[in-house]
Ligand binder design. Sequence first.
Ligand code: GDP
Length: 326
Amino acid sequence: MKRALITGVTGQDGAYLSQFLLHKGYEVYGLLRRSAASDVIGAKLRWLGIQNDVRLVDGNLTDLSSLIRILREVKPDEIYNLAAQSFVKSSWNQPLLTGTVTGIGAANVLEAVRLDAPQARFYQASSSEMYGLVREPVQSETTPFYPRSPYAVAKLYAHWMTVNYRESFGLHATSGILFNHESPLRGIEFVTRKVTDGAARIKLGLQRELGLGNIDARRDWGHARDYVEAMWLMLQQDKPDDYVIATGRTTTVRDMCRIAFEHVGLKADDHIVIKPEFFRPAEVDILQGNPAKAKAMLGWQARTTLEEMIHEMVDADLARVRREMN
Ligand code: GDP
């Protein structure tokens, strides 16, 4: 039986990846950061019905000794580093924390792997935000990076540390450059979930308006459930490498809103209000990924369309809001 250790196990991707690996017969361990809000911590794992199947271990990305202890105890075959301060807008408010967790945190995991689990396979959750002010209209593994937020700068450091540890120490260290990926488990602060939750609340008469920022921004949105399979496929390859994971289609926030509101028989234009507080100091205007390498090397491609995913999210939010109302 293979053993996996996941950091960020309580987040969207951690939950879906745990579910995927459990189905494959893995023993799944999740790094759990101590927090007073322990009642909400397992919410995503609970939603998938796997809260009792994931073995949570106490540690922190910023505490190298805790990582070393956990690697010695768990002896994982595969390590997925998904933990991060991952909300771009917050990264301007907490730039140093973002650098410490999202950047140095990844280096800590790599150090622990080098010292105590050099045979294990390592996955780093890199991000399309690293392309930022895009240097090419469609971004691939060879497109130069131009990060546009403290978050993206931190992710870039973690990405290059992953490449460097692969080249310096021969670690099986892989970086997956994932474009935006969403689901009913997406955090409420991200725009897709904010919109699907808003559409549900407006439909059920709880609010009339939804405040948003730059709705001309374009993103290449896929489904997290599809994307965690790509993470696993990357670690099954003989050689570590870097892969772009994307759908290849780009859509404006405006059109994504239209899809969500139409699903509940409403017009987005009647409810969306543009508010300055949701704009960012520097914006990533457009992202569109080229997943050709992932298709050729991993046999992976996105399965869920944006429409299917947004409908699933709106339906889940309708059910959730109805439950809250009762
Ligand atoms: P990101 O790509 O990781 O920053 O994912 P987000 O879902 O947070 O944002 C995607 C895009 O939606 C960005 O270009 C945001 O500027 C834009 N956007 C417009 N209005 C909002 C909003 O109210 N909240 C968020 N989170 N993003 C918004």
